[in-house]
Design a protein around this ligand. Structure first.
Ligand SMILES: [Zn+2]
Length: 355
């Protein structure tokens, strides 16, 4: 499309994101219902704090600005907006109104922002999920009315889980911690300088990888693989690092079956990834100015996500206790639609209880 369809322009022209300015996000249930979640305003939330009810925008603002919009993004109002836009898409594109199957993908991302800011253990995250649950109930009721109860199949999943906040893990007696990237680079560089006599052979960190200074290695006539090996040895000595592999190993696959190696290889690319890729230990994260906690590890709290499929015309109610993956969703839907799975699909159809 060269430009947005008219229904998008109309949706945006109403400035739907502005209407919660100085509105409060209020908890849905009485306090006692959140007794098992982390209380508001934990010290590690940082200067912004975090408690319910939460005002969208600060009292000093006279109109919606970046602070307000960021607050909406980190609140149930962010999802409300996304679902309103989804409804506008269904109406504007006349989805589900003819013989051709339509696919609508909706990303409800507020929960990610909320968990980064307050952790998945927080009452704020707990309350957000209650709001989202009710919003989804409304959305499905609307689908029943517009598209028809037997005319759609819904799949719910998540692209990742979340690690417990380091402070929560430590309070529970787990070995957990934060790794400073700057300190890691300095320490590895110190070791490399002792071995090779050249300072700062690690240039920088990128996506949990040490990136070596190729120019310095070439200028000093050093062997790239030897420097990478030494950097790996120095990196895995860190108390927060579980495993690390060099470019040579990731390119050749020589460590197949070693801890985290196969997963790492699937996310590593020779042209754009670093030279010594590492995995943090469970319950460890990099220090961060912007996030109280995070995701992106190969550990179970990150990789175990729900997959729910609903569509009584195609799927019988039931529960499947077997190892399945998010990448199985695409070939499953392709099978339901009677079309070939996407060419680059790595999944296999889910063993759904068929009608
Ligand atoms: Zn995130």
């Amino acid at each position: 499309m060269a430009q947005h369809p008219a229904w998008v322009e109309a949706f945006n022209a109403r400035k739907p994101a502005d209407r919660w300015f100085k509105t409060e996000w209020k908890p849905l249930l009485p306090d006692a219902a959140y007794a098992r979640s982390l209380a508001d305003d934990q010290a590690w939330y940082g200067p912004r704090g975090g408690k319910l009810p939460m005002m969208m925008g600060v009292p000093a603002d006279d109109k919606p600005g970046p602070g307000y919009y960021n607050a909406v993004l980190r609140s149930p109002f962010g999802d409300q907006l996304a679902l309103e836009f989804a409804r506008a898409a269904i109406a504007g594109e006349q989805l589900g109104r003819d013989e051709a199957t339509d696919i609508l993908s909706v990303s409800l991302s507020a929960h990610d922002y909320i968990n980064h800011a307050y952790s998945a253990e927080s009452r704020i995250s707990h309350d957000h999920l209650l709001h989202l649950d009710r919003m989804l109930a409304d959305f499905f009721r609307d689908l029943d009315a517009t598209v028809g109860k037997d005319n759609y199949l819904a799949v719910l999943t998540a692209d990742h889980g979340f690690m417990p906040a380091v402070e929560v893990s430590q309070a529970q007696g787990r070995a957990a911690g934060k790794l400073s990237g700057t300190q890691l680079v300095n320490r590895v560089n110190g070791e490399l300088e002792r071995t090779f006599g050249v300072p700062k052979l690690v240039g920088f960190l990128s996506a949990s990888a040490l990136v070596l200074d190729r120019q310095a290695i070439a200028a000093k006539g050093l062997n790239f693989d030897a420097v990478a090996e030494a950097a790996r040895t120095a990196a895995v000595a860190d108390p927060g690092i579980a495993a690390a592999y060099t470019r040579r190993e990731l390119e050749s696959g020589s460590k197949a079956g070693a801890p985290f190696f196969d997963q790492m290889r699937r996310t590593w690319h020779k042209d754009v990834s670093g030279d010594v890729q590492y995995v943090l230990k469970p319950y460890w994260m990099h220090t961060s100015a912007s996030s109280a906690t995070t995701h992106g590890s190969p550990h179970p709290y990150d990789t175990q996500v729900p997959i729910l499929v609903w569509g009584p015309r195609w799927v019988k109610p039931g529960r499947i206790d077997s190892r399945v993956e998010v990448v199985d969703i695409a070939p499953t839907l392709a099978r339901v639609l009677g079309v070939p799975a996407p060419a680059s699909s790595e999944g296999k159809p889910l063993p759904l209880p068929a009608r």
